[in-house]
Design a protein around this ligand. Structure first.
Ligand SMILES: [Mn+2]
Length: 318
């Protein structure tokens, strides 16, 4: 039996979902199953599923949007935006296979798969406990404190940053295969992980220092402008680690194709959130979630981005 698994690319929860599903399938359905993996990314205009090759005896999507095709045999997702169209949702609701599952209440797709596999199919998840725990902590941003969220020295956090920055699909497949049977410390010790992690760790420490030097506190808001530095993909909890009493963060960053204003709520804030950050950013043409949102401007629109940031800081302090 060939099992084709599409998973959310460059995402710890996506890879862990693929790993947990594989073990579930192998141990409950087919010990001889041969697994093939392919990552899916969110693109402007959405993933074009028609480009995908559903060449398995089983075709599975985990931690990613629904696809209304009869070639799809298993599906698990927990994202708010799981259906691109009402027709897709209708197709899902009509399904009678009992192998397609959706629950946006779950903080991670990994835990969702493990829960369904255990409760409905009698799968024993004991060997995957550590992986499930970390996928749920990371994808749900359920860190107990900002120190834990920015400390990337442990095995799970090492893997997280390696997965998020890895551009080699074969490496990601290797990581999924490893996650199926090896412990996180075992995987993190592999040279192919450790070698990739080392420069990323340097970069993380440097970005922490850059944010420390660039940040200022205005009332309840910590603000920093790192548009002069190449700072793509820094850990978004660093501002709250540096300024634990802040309620919100506003920042400006820059990459070759855009200037970005990011707005966030401190998950460990001493005060309750009274603003919906998505609604604020929508007024500037951006969007996101109530607790974290952003606005994208053109690469040369730094002045416009700064003005928007100043206005948002004032609004958050009102
Ligand atoms: Mn997820």
């Amino acid at each position: 039996m060939k099992v084709r698994i599409f998973y959310h690319d460059n995402c710890f929860d996506g890879l862990a979902s693929a790993a947990v599903f594989s073990q579930f399938y192998k141990l409950r359905f087919d010990p001889q199953a041969e697994f093939c993996y392919a990552g899916l990314t969110h693109k402007a205009g959405g993933q074009n599923f028609h480009d995908l090759v559903f060449d398995g005896d089983e075709n599975v999507i985990v931690d990613f949007r629904y696809y209304s095709s009869d070639r799809l045999t298993w599906w698990f997702d927990h994202h708010q935006s799981a259906f691109s169209t009402p027709e897709d949702e209708q197709h899902f609701l009509r399904d009678t296979s009992g192998k397609k599952f959706y629950d946006p209440q779950f903080r991670s797709c990994t835990k969702f798969i493990a829960t369904i596999a255990a409760e409905r199919f009698g799968f024993d998840t004991a060997n995957l406990k550590e992986l499930i725990h970390w996928a749920d902590t990371i994808d749900g941003a359920q860190y107990p404190d900002p120190e834990t969220a920015v400390d990337i020295s442990g095995p799970a956090m090492q893997l997280l940053i390696v997965i998020e920055t890895c551009k080699d699909p074969a490496r990601l497949t290797q990581l999924i295969q490893a996650m199926r049977t090896q412990s996180l410390p075992e995987i993190a010790q592999q040279p192919y992980v450790a070698d990739q992690f080392r420069p990323l760790y340097e970069r993380h420490l440097k970005s922490m220092e850059t944010i420390r030097q660039s940040s200022h506190v205005y009332g309840k808001v910590i603000f920093f402008d790192v548009s002069e530095h190449s700072m793509e993909g820094y850990n978004k909890f660093i501002p709250y680690y540096l300024h634990p009493s802040s309620v919100y963060s506003v920042s400006i960053s820059h990459s070759p194709n855009r200037t970005k204003v990011s707005v966030g709520f401190n998950p460990w804030s001493p005060l309750a959130r009274v603003h919906n950050l998505a609604s604020i950013c929508e007024r500037y043409g951006g969007g996101g979630h109530a607790v974290v949102a952003a606005i994208s401007y053109g690469p040369d629109d730094q002045a416009i981005a700064r003005k928007a940031a100043q206005e948002i800081i004032a609004e958050l302090n009102r």
